[in-house]
Design a protein around this ligand. Structure first.
Ligand SMILES: [Zn+2]
Ligand SMILES: [Zn+2]
Length: 359
């Protein structure tokens, strides 16, 4: 048996039954690993599922269910037929828990669009738990330079931001605006800066803007400041949208020059697409395994970092409440292991440790 946070039935956060309790510890089947969880990020999409926003789309697929999909930990048991992993390995998994490996998306390196994909914490039990099963084919080694808890958000905000920003093909010196600076946005700022772009960060939350400034944004815009927002009009080569707001989507669209490009990681209404503006719009979901390896390599080299606020597993509800109220600076992460077990195994070449905020 082990402890997990169990969602009984989706409901508004104030009423939902989301209890810390003992559950059966599962055995890994063929091709699976059992992970002793170190950290699991608290994602806005967890909040959507918990509150019932996705019931119409069939999620969660069953109840009671353990949420959570940006997970790191240590391999605890190895199922039959698994090669390349052994007990004691430091690993992580992204929301993509399983894919079919035979459709055009899986074969084309875009497996995140597999129609049969299984997402952790939505169609199988996820990482708000002391133990979780993973599919070995969708499990990654966490580089020894990284703390396991700080690394957890690389597996959802990290990969999501990396794929979205990469899709813009930013050139050195181009101007890009990032709208929405929560978990994903704070990573997007860094990938855009890494590409050599001049980054403008746009958000409502002052602490999010401050973090964006520390992570490489050179211009910070308060989205509630009408004059500052009006001044953005037509000035950007590209925009990245992670704020789930139609009003912000339209602001993002207006900020981009004629012929500019916009990528969105949320559902939003940009208004009528005017062909004569020549702007291109695209959507971006998570990222492939190949991209995930690139994100981990960039983090190990100290080129990007996560900013996390930690909570004990039992306080998942508190973390979700704070996320709903906009009080998490960048990413909340549930911690299930002592620091001694999660800390980096080697120093980075520059001798520094990953940045991490303890509450
Ligand atoms: Zn996530
Ligand atoms: Zn597939």
């Amino acid at each position: 048996m082990h402890h997990a946070i169990v969602l009984a039935e989706p409901a508004p956060l104030a009423e939902v039954s989301l209890d810390w309790r003992e559950v059966e510890t599962p055995e890994p089947s063929e091709g699976q690993l059992r992970i002793r969880v170190a950290g699991c990020g608290v994602c806005r999409s967890n909040l959507h599922m918990i509150e019932g926003d996705w019931v119409g789309g069939g999620l969660p697929a069953f109840t009671p269910i353990v949420p959570g999909h940006e997970v790191t930990g240590i391999v605890d048991a190895v199922g039959a037929g698994v090669e390349g992993f052994q007990v004691g390995d430091r690993v992580g998994t992204q929301p993509l828990w399983w894919t079919c490996e035979e459709c055009e998306h899986c074969l084309g390196g875009r497996e995140q669009y597999c129609a049969r994909r299984i997402t952790a914490g939505e169609r199988v039990d996820g990482g708000y738990a002391e133990y979780m099963l993973s599919t070995a084919a969708h499990t990654y080694r966490v580089p020894p330079e990284l703390d396991l808890v700080a690394a957890a958000p690389l597996f959802c905000p990290g990969i999501t931001a990396y794929t979205a920003v990469s899709s813009l093909g930013l050139r050195r010196g181009e101007r890009v605006a990032v709208f929405g600076l929560g978990g994903v946005g704070h990573m997007a700022v860094q990938f855009a800066a890494l590409a050599g772009a001049e980054v403008t960060a746009v958000a409502r939350n002052p602490s999010h803007l401050e973090a964006a400034g520390e992570l490489g944004a050179t211009t910070l815009v308060d989205v509630t400041d009408d004059d500052a927002v009006a001044a953005l009009r037509g000035t950007m080569d590209a925009a990245v949208l992670f704020a789930p707001s139609d009003a912000v989507a339209r602001t993002a669209r207006a900020s981009v020059r004629l012929g500019g490009r916009i990528v969105s990681g949320v559902n939003a209404d940009f208004g009528t697409i005017r062909f004569a503006e020549g702007k291109s719009y695209s959507g971006s979901l998570l990222g492939s395994r190949a991209a995930m390896h690139e994100v981990l390599a960039l983090a190990a080299a100290g080129r990007i970092r996560t900013v996390v606020e930690e909570f004990p597993l039992r306080e998942a509800r508190e973390a979700l409440d704070r996320l709903a109220r906009g009080e998490i600076r960048s990413r909340g992460v549930l911690r299930m292991m002592d620091d001694a077990e999660t800390r980096p195994r080697v120093a980075r070449r520059d001798g520094s440790r990953a940045s991490q905020q303890h509450r």
